[in-house]
Structures are given as C-alpha cells and as structure tokens.
Write a protein that binds this ligand. Structure first.
Ligand code: SF4
Ligand code: SF4
Length: 94
C-alpha cells in the first residue's frame, strides 16, 4: 500500500516501459485523459502530424490521406495538435 510517508526507494515499480516502440502491444491509450479529434474540413493531408507522434497513432492510407487516430495507442500528449499548421486537430477532455 502506497502512502505519503514512503520514500522513493520504497515505492513499487509502475509505469515502466522496458522496450521502446511497444505502444501497440501495451495499449498506451489507457493512459489518456485527453484525446485528439480530427477536424476533416481543415485537414490538408500534409502528414506533418505523423512523424512527431510518439505512439505511431496517426492513421493514414498509402496515398498519405490522414484518416484519424489509433485510440488504443494514442496517449493524448497533444503533440499532433500543436504541430498541425491548419488547426485540423483539437484536444478534447475525456
Ligand atoms: S498536420 Fe494537420 S493538416 Fe496535416 S495531415 Fe495532420 S491533421 Fe491534417
Ligand atoms: S495526442 Fe497525437 S501525437 Fe500524442 S499520441 Fe495521440 S495521436 Fe500521437
């Protein structure tokens, strides 16, 4: 049982990621308290949001058309919304 008298060395291990690139296996979407919403009418399908996403959670097709988000993997960090130059992604509380 965790309490506020415990030191750092007494705390149990939690939230440790032992391997990188594993968000698809561990469903990091469960960590999310905000989720990105795609505003299709603003989207220019420029793909600028794809590379910065730490969870590879931007779904797009082979023709580079942005299709939305993999909410099983998306942690809700909001990076995609910050980098989108066309305000085509907004963050919504869950
Ligand atoms: S950065 Fe914005 S405009 Fe470009 S693909 Fe992503 S959502 Fe669409
Ligand atoms: S909020 Fe955007 S950048 Fe962050 S994990 Fe989700 S899809 Fe990726």
């Amino acid at each position: 049982m965790i309490n506020d008298k415990m030191g750092a060395k007494e705390l149990p291990m939690a939230g440790i990621i032992l391997k990188d690139g594993n968000s698809e296996q561990v469903k990091t979407g469960e960590w999310r308290n905000q989720k990105p919403i795609h505003i299709l009418e603003n989207c220019k399908h420029c793909m600028l949001c794809v590379m910065p996403c730490p969870d590879n959670a931007i779904i797009h097709d082979e023709d580079d058309k942005m299709l939305g988000f993999d909410y099983d993997a998306c942690k809700g960090c909001g990076v995609c919304a910050k980098v989108c130059p066309f305000k085509a992604i907004t963050m919504e509380n869950e």
